[in-house]
Design a protein around this ligand. Structure first.
Ligand code: PSU
Ligand code: MN
Length: 293
């Protein structure tokens, strides 16, 4: 994307990008705006600048105003925008909620190096029968942005996603962990390429690697211990949510929002609390890195 196509109100290297699909499609609508405000406040506390990214009336925008964010969140059925439909939404002059893939692309055009999210998309389960691989992975291999994430939701195939990151040449650095995290769960069978325990050390590597490769980096930050969900309880809810998705014929980019919403209901809000806590923790770490760049 060309720079001039982006309405850029961000402050370059001092900024931390935030995505809008998480807000519009990942949490219940009454949690979205308060979450966005908390994330921006956390980033400011850490002496970095929040830059919430979305598409407003067809214009990719980095550093949305509160009015723009409200308009986007209140617009009915705002589309989830990934790499493949970004140009179509721009061309149609519509609002759009950016996923990890398009947030990374717009952040690059706005010279932003750090991005905080909840979980990245990845390789869905049963890919042998039905191939569904998130465009987030390819975007990470194309644009120089470091994404702070709690790994991938276990509704995906965590191990296959970790392998795909390796294939694409995307380094995975664990923050105070040796295991690749699985969103609500702090660990998984998969590992990381390196462990770093200090945000200053991360900042140094991010700077070096983004310049060296022009590709992205995954900084894996596990959900805070107090907000982790026990695997046996979670897998019950997950199984039910995924069975329902299949019965209702939910496919493609609708799978993740459907599953997240059902998990929040089935767990009586427990997955939502965990989700909010991990995004906030990722925003804090991303800002601690950005402020040291
Ligand atoms: N993780 C969350 N909530 C979300 C998502 C991820 O905790 O809402 C969103 C992100 O925007 C991510 C997208 O980029 O899901 C991946 O969707 P898909 O699998 O359709 O590429
Ligand atoms: Mn998909």
């Amino acid at each position: 994307m060309e720079r001039r196509q982006v309405n850029n109100r961000a402050r370059g290297r001092r900024s931390v990008a935030l995505e809008t699909t998480l807000l519009a499609h990942g949490v219940p609508s009454d949690s979205a705006l308060p979450l966005a405000e908390r994330l921006e406040a956390i980033i400011r506390q850490e002496k970095a600048w929040p830059a919430t990214i979305g598409v407003i009336g067809g214009i990719p925008t980095a550093g949305m105003t509160p009015e723009e964010l409200t308009a986007l969140l209140e617009s009915p059925d705002v589309p989830k925008v990934n790499t493949s439909n970004l140009g179509l939404i721009m061309n149609a002059g519509r609002h759009g909620a950016t996923t990890v893939s398009t947030t990374i692309e717009i952040a690059t055009a706005a010279d932003i190096a750090l991005f905080a999210t909840g979980g990245i998309g990845g390789v869905h389960r049963d890919y042998g029968k039905h191939l569904d691989v998130s465009s987030d992975l390819l975007a990470l291999s194309r644009f120089p942005v470091a994404v702070v994430t709690s790994g991938v939701k276990s509704l995906l195939d965590v191990v296959a996603t970790r392998e795909a990151l390796e294939t694409l040449g995307i380094p995975v650095v664990g923050f105070r962990t040796d295991a690749f995290p699985a969103f609500y769960i702090r660990g998984s069978e998969a590992g990381v390429d390196a462990r770093m325990d200090d945000p200053a050390e991360l900042a140094e590597f991010v700077c070096f690697e983004l310049h060296r490769t022009g590709r992205g980096i995954v900084v894996a930050n596990p959900v805070p211990e107090a907000d982790e969900i026990a695997e046996d309880r979670f897998s019950k809810w997950l199984q039910q949510a995924m069975t329902e998705a299949q019965e209702r014929g939910v496919t493609g980019r609708d799978v993740t929002p459907f599953a997240l919403a059902r998990l929040h209901e089935l767990s009586d809000g427990e997955t939502l609390r965990s989700n909010l806590a991990l995004v906030e923790s990722n925003a804090r770490l991303a800002a601690q890195i950005a402020s040291r760049l």
